[in-house]
Design a protein around this ligand. Structure first.
Ligand SMILES: Nc1ncnc2c1ncn2[C@@H]1O[C@H](COP(=O)(O)OP(=O)(O)OP(=O)(O)O)[C@@H](O)[C@H]1O
Ligand SMILES: [Mg+2]
Length: 304
């Protein structure tokens, strides 16, 4: 296996006059977990689909596991496990039948698929649902089946688009544990997520994408140190604008998001002192995290 699992160089994609991926370049080393973060519409799924040859780039070069994509995408796809953003299971088939059909798509023989089905069902905690039709599963169960299905061909690389969206916290922790076990086996993972905790826990490196461009890249903790590097006090319950002017002299930075005022300060004490005695406020002092980085870098305006 080549030491570089994924390489993108100057990749572009537009729909009509809208540029969705704007000259993107990055590489992912074999065995690495690489995250793509960014607001809705940033281009993450488009990038994921381009890695699979399912969306064609307008320009640039993509190599996946040493295979040029899209030119030889079919060959690359045989080595990749895919979790699309939206489940595309066959609703009328049972859990087991879905795995059998998918395995055959990879050229596996029925007995070969049957051999791995128990471990996949265990991975997804769907042992008791083997004969249930997909249409009878809950949303989270379907997601877990999609995750298990992605492993059927024992892929070297996993391309996961929001793998744990829709999972309950327990299931999410279980999947994190299992993805870490796959990384320990030397698999490469590229994932998109809106769960900052997921990115912080799993990713060796990540990039934040906005409007199809990388606006920051690095290991999660380095990004938190570089971009924030001080304590955070979340203030909720008062009038954020009024509190804003009160605290401003004591804060390095202040941001209002919805009803919450985020105060970034290397010394939180004077800020907390200003808040003392005020009723109806809820204060949370905490170390900075990746969510602060995300909010800082991508602003708070949503794509319309
Ligand atoms: N087939 C398509 N035709 C036209 N526009 C598209 C198509 N696919 C995606 N887009 C546009 O490309 C942009 C990026 O979409 P993409 O799905 O890659 O975003 P994303 O980062 O995955 O967002 P999310 O976090 O909401 O999943 C959006 O503005 C979207 O409307
Ligand atoms: Mg997406």
């Amino acid at each position: 296996m080549s030491a570089v699992a994924i390489e993108l160089d100057g990749v572009r994609k537009s729909y009509g006059d809208k540029t969705v991926v704007d000259g993107l370049s990055f590489s992912v080393a074999a065995g690495e977990c690489f995250g793509l973060l960014g607001p809705n519409g940033a281009g993450k799924s488009t990038i994921a689909r381009m890695l699979l040859g399912m969306t064609l780039p307008d320009a640039g070069k993509i190599t996946v596991l040493g295979v040029p994509v899209p030119a030889r995408a079919r060959m690359a796809r045989r080595l990749i496990g895919v979790v699309p953003q939206f489940d595309n299971l066959d609703a009328e088939f049972t859990v087991r039948e879905n795995l059998l059909v998918f395995g055959r798509y990879f050229g596996m023989r029925t007995y070969e698929v049957e051999k791995v089905i128990p471990s996949l069902l265990e991975f997804a905690r769907l042992e008791s649902k083997a004969h249930a039709r997909v249409s009878e599963l809950s949303g989270g169960m379907k997601r877990r089946l999609t995750l298990a299905r992605a492993l059927i061909n024992d892929p070297q690389l996993l391309v996961m688009d929001e793998p744990t969206t829709g999972l309950d916290p327990h299931a999410r922790h279980l999947i994190w544990e299992r993805l870490r076990a796959l990384l320990a086996l030397g698999k490469t993972i590229i994932l998109t997520t809106h769960f900052m905790e997921e990115a912080e826990r799993l990713c060796d490196r990540l990039c934040v994408v906005e409007k199809g461009r990388i606006i920051a890249e690095g290991p999660p903790h380095a990004l938190v140190d570089e971009q924030i590097g001080c304590q955070v006090i979340e203030i909720y319950g008062g009038n954020p604008q009024e509190l804003h002017s009160l605290i401003r002299p004591y804060a390095q930075r202040l941001e209002v998001s919805g009803e919450t005022l985020f105060c970034y300060a290397s010394d939180p004490e004077p800020v907390l002192a200003q808040m003392r005695g005020r009723t109806g406020l809820r204060l949370l002092q905490r170390p900075p995290n990746l969510e602060d980085v995300f909010l800082r870098l991508t602003g708070r305006e949503m794509e319309k």
